[in-house]
Design a protein around this ligand. Structure first.
Ligand code: URA
Length: 218
């Protein structure tokens, strides 16, 4: 971790800006390469993240790792964080006041890491970082140019991996959207066999099928 990011992490570990401080086990700041070009932003820590202090270590995290592997990346190549840094009790959706209290932690992280591509996982991260109300079902797989932490960044909305755990057809959509990440990083695409191939034509964004909409994941 860069000194500045490590210092900022240390500062946040005692955060009491919102009532989640009283119910969390620990702050889940973020993990990965502090110089990553690609940063993922999820929603909030769940049970396993709250226990371990590391984002995306549960089932959704396993799928995230599999999707990264499909494009020739590992978690150590990227940085992973969440909109809010403390687990909401019972894994409920974050409340607007919690997001508001926590958002400057995320913006500071982005400012210090300086990624060129920020992939938002699900509605909460997408709406916060795009500053627009459009839901993930409409905007997934479509990059946007934004300024975050004072830098020009490509924002790339994706469905939340937890959505695919409940609706297997979503996994295909996620795989298709992930397949464009190398191109968005300005790199050649990596095929399923990991051989380098020229960037492919972009698959048309697909709509999700199934009931996971109810989860607030899209
Ligand atoms: N879901 C998230 O959004 N973040 C995590 O860290 C784990 C699950």
């Amino acid at each position: 971790m860069t000194d500045a990011l490590a210092d900022y992490r240390d500062e946040t570990l005692g955060c009491t800006r919102c009532p989640l401080a009283a119910t969390r086990t620990q702050v889940v700041f973020g993990s990965g390469d502090p110089h990553a070009e690609l940063m993922f932003v999820g929603e909030a820590p769940g049970f396993h993240e709250d226990q371990s202090g590391i984002p995306f270590v549960g089932q959704a995290g396993k799928l995230l790792e599999k999707l990264l592997g499909g494009i020739g990346l590992t978690r150590t190549d990227v940085y992973v964080a969440n909109v809010i840094k403390c687990r909401p009790p019972g894994n409920r959706d974050p409340h607007p006041e919690e997001i508001e209290a926590c958002e400057s932690h995320l913006f500071r992280q982005i400012e210090l890491i300086r990624p060129t591509l920020v992939a938002t996982l699900g509605n909460f991260a997408t709406k916060l970082l795009s500053g627009k109300p459009a839901g993930i079902t409409r905007v997934h797989g479509v990059e946007q140019q934004v300024v975050l932490g004072g830098n020009a960044v490509t924002l790339y909305p994706l469905f939340h991996p937890a959505a695919a755990l409940y609706t297997p057809s979503m996994q295909k959509v996620l795989e298709q959207d992930f397949a464009r990440i190398p191109e968005l990083l300005g790199r050649p695409c990596v095929s399923e066999t990991q051989s380098l191939v020229a960037p492919a034509a972009r698959p048309a964004p697909t709509e999700p099928v199934g009931p996971a909409v109810q989860l607030g994941l899209f």
